[in-house]
Write a protein that binds this ligand. Structure first.
Ligand code: ZN
Length: 279
């Protein structure tokens, strides 16, 4: 992905270097796990399966942190231009860009405490994306999703949840989720997540069309990431037998397919996972 030297976003709230001493207690962590449907990646199998995640730790901002922050900022700026345009041309409304909180170690959100173990997520309570760039290391080293475009896909996926929130989809889906059984609620979560993957695909297509950001192998990196973070793959690599009724994000195959559907069509209507007979 070509991103160096390009414009960054103004909508970054940089909380790194703020000490990172705030404790995420058991309750805080549980709160984020409970709203796991907002995570780009469901790390619950790792938390329960005894797997370990890369340590994050607060403290000093390193050169690597600075570069990762810049990468996220450019990617976020790209999502702003693309979604601004898509809202105008496909929705007929104005797009309000999302704020992205960069943190290191731990931080608080209205959705609960965030830490390296929770992974990146979107909190509808304050309409912000929370991201510790240490997650990119987890993504590459532990989840097997290598490459910068895998990381860009994660950012695009979280921004896509904001798009769903702006469109009223997230609020509607979540109010239904509160009234149904856990298995039904999980099934709705899968539709939310796959739609976010499809929107991420649209973003990748538009980013290429506008900025020519894609390099050889980038789409393969995003597709591999979508595959590596499918619920069946995550549960299996955490040493468990995949249990479809517990899936909240979709299988590897579904995640790849919906990303590709968005990438190939560029049409938001093609991402209607809620009316799809087959996911
Ligand atoms: Zn998600």
């Amino acid at each position: 992905m070509k991103w160096r030297g390009r414009r960054g976003s103004r909508n970054i709230e940089d909380r790194r270097g703020m000490g990172g001493t705030a404790q995420v207690g058991g309750l805080g962590l549980l709160a984020v796990v409970a709203i796991g449907y907002f995570l780009g990646v469901d790390l619950t199998p790792f938390l329960q399966g005894g797997g370990t995640l890369a340590p994050t730790g607060g403290g000093e901002i390193t050169e690597a942190d600075r570069q990762e922050g810049e990468f996220v900022s450019v990617t976020l700026a790209d999502t702003e231009e693309v979604w601004d345009d898509l809202f105008r041309t496909q929705v007929g409304e104005r797009y309000n860009p999302v704020t992205l909180v960069l943190y290191k170690g731990v931080t608080q959100s209205p959705c609960g405490g965030a830490s390296g173990a929770t992974g990146p997520f979107y909190c509808p309570g304050d309409s912000k994306v929370y991201l510790d760039t240490a997650f990119f290391t987890t993504l590459s080293r532990q989840l097997g999703a290598h490459g910068d475009f895998a990381a860009a896909y994660v950012v695009a996926h979280e921004v896509a949840h904001h798009v769903q929130n702006e469109l009223g989809i997230l609020g509607q889906a979540n109010s239904i989720r509160q009234q149904v059984s856990e298995a039904e609620s999980n099934a709705i979560s899968v539709r939310i997540e796959l739609q976010a993957d499809c929107y991420s695909g649209i973003w990748a297509r538009e980013a290429q069309a506008r900025f020519g950001t894609l390099e050889r192998g980038d789409i393969a990196e995003a597709i591999n990431a979508a595959r590596q973070i499918g619920d069946d793959t995550l549960q299996a690599s955490a040493g468990r037998v995949p249990m479809p009724h517990t899936f909240t994000h979709g299988t590897s195959e579904q995640r790849q397919n919906w990303f590709l559907r968005g990438y190939e069509s560029g049409d938001m209507r093609s991402c209607d996972t809620f009316s799809a007979d087959r996911l």
